[in-house]
Ligand binder design. Structure first.
Ligand SMILES: Nc1nc(=O)c2c([nH]1)NC[C@@H]1CN(c3ccc(C(=O)N[C@@H](CCC(=O)O)C(=O)O)cc3)C=[N+]21
Length: 294
């Protein structure tokens, strides 16, 4: 490639909104079939503890999305000082309710609540977030179960640009239980060679520079710069941070300096990339749960 060609080259922008819409159409069709078969629509319970503004926005989006595809949602908004026992009692009730096929407890939970105890109390068959240790174990042994929504969405975005991940070098930046670790498991399942890194990794830029696939999920705005990315790599940006601009307004920024990675083969934008896929996969998981435990 000549320098002039290099300068004008742009990466394919992976359109998460469009891919999410296509998945939603399939989900809606499956829901119609469930209603015809069982006479009852899939039900999702969304539990939110406290008033974190970002969580309020996300929960609102999830509820809207349910309505769009025909999932019956019930919303449980609890005050920030809710006792752990009260939350566990609610979860027991939702576990026993045959109209509820999926249960989602929005994280992060307030500090006085043991998140592990709460997530572990959800019936694994209704655990549409895939955070219960049984589902984590199933994912790491490749034996089915419900898969966390964001990692599932990331795989569908990769599938939109690549036929086969076999033998590709994948670098995951971020080691969280809800994103980094499950993505690493899914990539391994597809025969990619996976390196899991994080913000403390020494020589991070040099490791990322070798990658065919880069999954940025560190929650660090514009961490991944242009020179970190190998030409032709596929870059998935899971980061989403609201930052204050000079004009006093806020905007969403990813973990990747999007403007600098135009020599990549394809890259996801923020917003409009992974975020919409997370919600579409939540709906798909709810349908999966409804089909598995009627
Ligand atoms: N139990 C649990 N499950 C989750 O799945 C979960 C959670 N807790 N806690 C918080 C994170 C965050 N999350 C997002 C969902 C949608 C967008 C999304 O739709 N983003 C849009 C725009 C968002 C905006 O404009 O504010 C986009 O990227 O295009 C983002 C982030 C789910 N989470």
């Amino acid at each position: 490639m000549t320098l002039a060609e290099w300068r004008t080259k742009t990466a394919e922008r992976i359109d998460g909104r469009a891919i999410a819409r296509a998945l939603d159409a399939r989900t809606a069709a499956e829901i119609a079939a469930i209603v015809r078969r069982d006479g009852i629509a899939p039900g999702l319970a969304v539990v939110l503890v406290g008033e974190d503004p970002a969580s309020q926005v996300y929960v609102g989006r999830k509820i809207d999305a349910c309505r769009r595809v025909g999932i019956v949602s019930s919303e449980h908004r609890l005050p920030a000082d809710t006792a752990q026992d009260a939350l566990l009692t609610l979860i027991a009730r939702l576990n026993a309710d045959p109209r509820i096929h999926g249960i989602l407890v929005q994280v992060p939970l307030p500090a006085h609540i043991d998140a592990g105890a709460v997530l572990g109390a959800i019936d694994p068959a209704k655990d549409v977030d895939g955070f219960h240790p049984v589902n984590v174990g199933r994912l790491s042994t490749g034996t089915g179960g419900l898969v966390p929504c964001t990692p599932l969405g990331v795989m569908l975005l990769l599938d939109s640009v690549l036929d086969d991940l076999t033998g590709l070098d994948a670098v995951v930046i971020g080691k969280s239980n809800i994103v980094g670790k499950p993505i690493a498991m899914l990539l391994l399942e597809r025969e990619a060679t996976v390196t899991v890194t994080h913000i403390e990794t020494r020589g991070l830029a040099d490791i990322v520079r070798k990658a065919d696939l880069v999954i940025a999920a560190a929650g660090a705005p514009r961490l991944v710069r242009g020179f970190w990315i190998k030409q032709g790599a596929v870059v998935i940006d899971v980061g989403i941070t609201r930052v204050l601009q000079d004009d006093g307004r806020t905007k969403l920024v990813g973990d990747v300096a999007f403007d600098e990675v135009q020599h990549a083969r394809a890259v996801t934008p923020v917003p409009g990339g992974v975020g919409p896929m997370t919600i579409a996969c939540l709906l798909a998981n709810t349908v999966k749960a409804a089909n598995q435990n009627k």
